[in-house]
Design a protein around this ligand. Structure first.
Ligand code: OXD
Ligand code: MN
Length: 611
């Protein structure tokens, strides 16, 4: 058994509530040693992980790991929000009673870290000094060293973050026990994995994975699920799966901040890290704040503020290249300390590769292994499975992103000018439509979705709704969530403008994308800022204000006139079909604020009037 007291003393960790919590879980899990981690331990832990074969060197200051083959993604079915109040049950949060879950998880975790080290990771999900700092402190306990190395990149890690808490008992207790991965029945009826957030006790208990959002508990479990619950319970803030970027107009000196939600595979990370198109680069500079989480609150001056609580990026590697996301490539270059997970790895040269990094995979197969560690050269004939897992990742700190904003650690956060939503929609959503009205903006977020890809199931053109891109992270009842949104943003004296964007509209005949996307996506955002400033007026449609062709800055962009015409218009018939789908979707949420239904009816009536 670990000598917990001695380990905590040696680390100078004095907070009595933290000490008690660590001692309790060390006893339950049966860990053999306890080790308190600071960010300054990174180099030593990296060396230990390489020595132990948990990481492989992947070039100078870069590292590679593989996860267990059945443990490569978040598992939404196994994720639960528990509280002591059944009224917290929502449509998406998979609610269960707190007592039942605590008992179950304690029994799963009992003795499950025997022979292992329990790492104690004190962390902060906010820049120090943030007005939301009281909700940001946590202590993750984990029995996996690579989880520690990820946490050091994704959160601010160190004992000082929890020794000076205003309320020493106010920190998130986040327990991660990996379990015996080959014997957990992943995906079978006997699945042993449980990822539970006991939200009203600010306790996270995750058992049965050492991968990503299942194991880096500061990120999704605390930064989104727990924080969303805390923000609602305190009536103080929103925690959303949003990117956050800044646009500097070098001519006027003005700076704008835009945040927004995009369901997975809708280009959120690429947008967050985008650069201005070459033709506009002399005038505009785009700054990166965050690619995945934003907390939003109203500041003392009455404006809506936002900040990224994370310290790093846990990005999807697939299709990251010089065209789609050059800044991401720079952030994982040699010397950055980046970690790669489940991509392809060359055991001879230590190079890495993933689908879409280059148009073709390396031609010389010598030394290349796929994400499972199997030799590519020795694959049986006809096997053409991807080299990298589609959900393979890179992990790097925000500071490694070359266009990170100078004030990304500013505790006051940044004022938010616009909140945008964007899915992947083939035929209905225009390039951008702006919404001034708060309830209509929230309504738009609640009806956000990505196109279902399984057309064969008769779902063609229908979205998989993903409200505010928070479907997997909802921690309480959706109707109350909508009300909380109206209250928080409604309290701001200067309202942000809302907008819906879509980079993915296609030609009905040959399927080509009507908009080039990537860096060109800055153009509709610039128009949105001009609209907010009253410099352009756009054209009102039933679903929002759309730019006229003349208003959109297309300098240096050669776009066929008919494509432009298509992306700046709406298809009334498809929209009226969508209104029917939306009605069904919203009806699931009992007690939705009347303002949201009014917005829905207004949009529906305006579409009918134009039909
Ligand atoms: C996610 C992530 O799973 O950001 O959404 O990793
Ligand atoms: Mn995410």
């Amino acid at each position: 058994m670990a000598n917990v007291e001695a380990a905590l003393d040696a680390a100078g960790l004095k907070n009595p509530h933290v000490r008690e919590y660590v001692a309790y879980w060390a006893e339950v899990t049966g860990a053999e040693r306890v080790e308190v981690v600071n960010a300054s331990d990174d180099a030593r832990l990296l060396a230990e992980a390489v020595e132990a074969g948990e990481l492989e060197p992947a070039g100078d200051g870069l590292y590679y790991s593989r996860s267990y083959q059945k443990d490569t993604a978040r598992s939404e079915e196994r994720t639960i929000v528990a509280t002591s109040n059944p009224a917290d049950k929502g449509v998406y949060n998979n609610w269960r009673p707190a007592d039942e879950m605590k008992e179950l998880l304690t029994s799963k975790m009992r003795g499950a870290s025997a022979g292992k080290t329990m790492y104690v990771i004190p962390y902060l999900m906010a820049p120090p000094g943030s007005p939301l700092e009281a909700y940001a402190a946590g202590v993750e306990l984990t029995d996996t060293r690579t989880v520690v190395l990820h946490m050091i990149r994704m959160a601010r890690v160190g004992a000082h973050h929890i020794d000076a808490l205003e309320d020493p008992n106010s920190f998130v207790r986040a327990v991660h026990v990996t379990g015996d991965l080959p014997n957990l029945g992943q995906g079978t009826p006997d699945d042993q994995r449980y990822f539970v957030t006991v939200a009203d006790e600010r306790t996270i208990l995750h058992f049965g994975s050492s991968y990503g959002g299942n194991a880096l508990l500061g990120k999704i479990a605390h930064g989104l699920r727990q924080a969303a619950y805390d923000g609602w319970a305190s009536k103080k803030f929103l925690a959303e799966q949003f990117m956050l970027l800044g646009i500097v107009d070098k001519e006027t000196g003005r700076k704008y901040h835009i945040c927004g939600g995009f369901p997975s595979a809708s280009g959120k990370t690429n947008l967050a890290m985008t650069l201005a198109p070459d033709a506009l680069g002399d005038r505009y500079h785009v700054e990166f704040y965050g690619d995945d989480i934003a907390w939003l609150w109203v500041g003392e001056d009455g404006r809506l503020y936002g900040m990224n609580p994370e310290f790093g990026v846990f990005g999807v590697a697939k299709d990251t290249n010089e065209l789609t996301n050059p800044t991401a490539l720079h952030s994982i270059a040699e010397g950055t300390g980046a970690l790669f997970t489940n991509i392809a790895y060359n055991t001879a040269t230590q190079e890495v590769w993933w689908e879409g990094k280059t148009p073709e995979h390396p031609t010389d197969l010598d030394g290349w292994t796929d994400w499972k560690g199997e030799s590519i050269a020795e694959r049986a004939e006809g096997v053409d499975a991807p080299w990298a897992h589609p959900n393979s990742r890179f992990t790097t700190t925000l500071a490694n992103v070359p266009n990170v904003a100078a004030d990304f650690e500013e505790p006051a956060g940044v004022p938010i000018d616009a909140i945008i939503f964007g899915g992947r929609t083939r035929d209905r959503e225009p390039l951008v439509r702006a919404i001034h009205d708060l309830a209509e903006g929230v309504y738009d977020g609640l009806t956000l979705g990505a196109e279902a890809t399984f057309a064969a199931d008769g779902l063609d053109g229908q979205l998989r709704y993903d409200p505010m891109s928070m479907r997997p992270f909802m921690s309480y009842d959706e109707a109350k969530y909508a009300e909380h949104w109206l209250n928080i943003v409604g309290a701001a004296s200067e309202q942000p403008i809302f907008a819906h964007v879509n980079w993915f509209q296609r030609d009905a005949e040959d399927g080509h994308f009507l908009w080039p996307g990537y860096r060109e996506n800055l153009r509709p955002l610039l128009w949105l800022m001009q609209l907010k400033n009253g410099e352009v007026t756009g054209r009102q449609t039933p679903v929002g204000i759309i730019p006229t062709a003349e208003e959109l800055n297309l300098d240096g962009l050669d776009l066929p006139a008919e494509d432009l015409e298509r992306i700046l218009n709406i298809d009334n018939e498809r929209w009226r079909q969508e209104i029917g789908f939306r009605e069904e979707h919203l009806q699931q949420f009992d007690g939705l604020p009347e303002a949201i239904w009014e917005a829905h009816r207004r949009v529906a009536a305006a579409l009918d009037a134009e039909a």
